[in-house]
Ligand binder design. Structure first.
Ligand SMILES: [Cu+2]
Length: 148
């Protein structure tokens, strides 16, 4: 038993080191587009973040634009918002919600906050006139500028 542990520990250390270095780097071919067709093709969805994207740990809002596959704005839709960091296995630190429709097919997504730099996914479950569908976006939160 003792010799087993002695052999396993160095392997664990090596794996942990590899995992840490992999964490900080999003996949090179990551699709960072913020305009997608939904999974079943029912909708076209765009996310509009504030520009520039706020530093980590700041609460802020995004805008969601929902249209049919033909591009007609979709009113009165409902959303469930999820997401997290796929490389770290944790979710969002807040529970973002689509709180209201600002104008036809344009919605306010409040409560967004990124607690770490790196690759985040934002998942929307959509319930609208054309049916239920979902869409996932990728965004990479940058290193915050140095504090003076
Ligand atoms: Cu993380």
């Amino acid at each position: 038993m003792k010799s087993f542990s002695l052999r396993v520990v160095p392997l664990l250390l090596v794996s942990a080191t590899l995992a840490l270095s992999a964490c900080s780097t999003p996949p090179a071919d990551l699709d960072r587009s913020l305009a997608h067709a939904s999974s079943a093709g029912l909708y076209r969805v765009s996310l509009v973040p504030p520009a520039p994207l706020p530093a980590i740990n700041q609460m802020h809002s995004w805008t969601v634009k929902l249209a049919t596959a033909d591009g007609a704005p979709v009113r009165d839709a409902r959303f469930h918002v999820g997401g997290g960091m796929p490389q770290h296995g944790h979710g969002m630190p807040t529970q973002p919600r689509v709180t209201r429709e600002l104008e036809g097919g344009t919605y306010l997504l409040e409560g967004m906050k990124f607690s770490m730099t790196g690759w985040w996914q934002i998942e929307l479950d959509i319930d609208g006139a054309a049916g239920a569908d979902k869409v996932t976006f990728n965004t990479v939160v940058g290193t915050p500028p140095a504090q003076p």
